[in-house]
Write a protein of this length. Structure first.
Length: 183
């Protein structure tokens, strides 16, 4: 897994009747359900993975754009260095070279689970089919609508469980919660 960066999100509680009873909230990488703090901001301070290199950058952008971060959760992501394409093909990918990528690693991080997100445009996470497409109705997910292990995520892709949910390629991301005051 390679460092991918940070994002602040407003976490959506599991919609009533939408997913299985054990899912409490949605920690998906995409912003379809749990919105990214920057969803209404025209910023180009992303790194090459379309996340942010540090929590401080997020705070600066929020301040400059009068976005109140109260109630957001801060996440740190790591990404598998291969993406899954049709035909059960894993291909290497690189960060967008026109953006600087210099990720500050967190001192403390808590692994919440693994998400599989689509990257049909090659730059940012578009959908997380586990939550966005309701695949968690038939695929066991934890209370945050994430998968329990990297191996599970990898196998689900190879077994075709995400086929026809959203256009790929698909990337596996480890989702960590971190505090705003990272020690």
């Amino acid at each position: 897994m390679i460092p991918a960066g940070y994002m602040a999100k407003w976490i959506m509680n599991s919609p009533e009747g939408y997913l299985n009873i054990d899912i409490v909230d949605i920690y998906s990488v995409s912003s379809c359900m749990s919105k990214n703090f920057d969803h209404d901001i025209d910023t180009w301070e992303y790194n090459g993975y379309w996340f942010f290199d540090s929590p401080q950058i997020i705070q600066e952008i929020a301040k400059e754009n009068a976005v109140d971060l109260t109630g957001t959760r801060l996440f740190y992501y790591e990404m598998y260095n291969l993406e899954f394409h049709e035909g059960n093909v894993w291909k290497h990918f690189e960060p967008e070279a026109s953006f600087t990528t210099d990720i500050e690693k967190p001192g403390l991080k808590n692994l919440e689970g693994y998400d599989i997100a689509t990257f049909s445009l090659g730059n940012h996470a578009e959908c997380s089919p586990l939550s966005c497409n309701g695949l968690a109705k038939n695929i066991p997910a934890n209370k945050h609508c994430l998968l329990s292990s990297f191996d599970n995520a990898h196998q689900l892709l190879e077994d075709g469980k995400f086929k026809n949910s959203e256009p790929g390629p698909y990337r596996i991301l480890a989702v960590y919660s971190v505090s705003w005051l990272n020690d």
